[in-house]
Design a protein around this ligand. Structure first.
Ligand code: ADE
Length: 247
């Protein structure tokens, strides 16, 4: 997969390219990640890409012609991008379903704003706008890196174990079950016995139930959309009724 990020701060993206699992995916040729400087499209010697907003008010707005020139370059590129996305707090929420869709793209182009964002006319030039949450960052770079990380880990061969993202939070529609490793005891806190029992079916049942418990406690909104069977529903009823049984 290829991801091209247009930004005023290419070094922020480049830092991600050489470290950790994204760095390994790049080194192994599974991901081609490139950062390109938006200032190349400034059209002036100062490299200024922004201007004052019409109507007045604080902050500066990135010019639409700068966005248009970047997108034109990306679209003229070989291979032509499958998708051009703008990072913005006004975009559609980035969910695991969106990530799974983006991870099928051959070439993804991400446009990062700064200051007060892009001139609104840039919205018509992109395929989608993406937000990573209901908060305002100082620019789109961290949001773009969230897209890079979340999509890269779905690419075949990027994670060590091909199955390791199958049971992730959100892939199952639920939060993840709790995980434990050595030491067996830490300052009085132990590990649930069932995890050391060697009974795979019991472990799987416990994990499913704990995933349901966590989701009910922390993100009950997810339960409305999660695929649940009769056992799940019965367990959730027990939990809701306060008849919580510690397994
Ligand atoms: N730019 C600034 N805030 C953002 C957010 N929450 N998501 C995506 N891009 C942003």
């Amino acid at each position: 997969m290829r991801i091209t990020v247009y930004t005023l701060f290419p070094h922020l993206i480049e830092a991600w390219r050489s470290e950790a699992l994204v760095g390994r995916a790049v080194a192994r040729g599974l991901l081609h990640l490139e950062a390109r400087d938006l200032r190349r499209f400034a059209g002036n010697r100062t490299g200024r890409v922004d201007d004052a907003p019409y109507g007045g008010g604080a902050g500066m707005v990135i010019r639409v012609d700068v966005a248009a020139a970047a997108i034109a370059e990306a679209r003229a590129d070989d291979p032509e991008p499958d998708e051009v996305a703008l990072l913005s707090p006004a975009g559609a929420p980035l969910t695991q379903a969106v990530v799974e869709e983006l991870a099928t793209r051959r070439h993804l182009v991400l446009l990062c704003g700064r200051y007060e964002g892009f001139d609104a006319r840039a919205e018509a030039l992109v395929d989608r706008e993406v937000s990573i949450g209901d908060f305002v960052l100082m620019g789109g770079e961290l949001a773009a890196l969230c897209v890079v990380e979340a999509t890269a880990r779905l690419l075949p061969g990027v994670l060590g174990d091909a199955d390791s993202h199958r049971q992730d939070s959100f892939t199952t529609g639920l939060l993840d079950y709790p995980e434990y490793t050595r030491p067996l005891e830490h300052e009085g806190a132990g590990v649930p016995d069932v995890l050391r029992s060697g009974h795979h079916a019991e472990v799987a049942k416990w994990r499913r139930r704990e995933a349901l418990r966590r989701t009910l406690e922390r993100r009950p909104d997810l339960l409305e959309r999660a695929p649940l069977d009769d056992d799940d529903r019965r367990w959730l009823e027990e939990l809701s009724a306060g008849r919580d049984v510690d397994l």
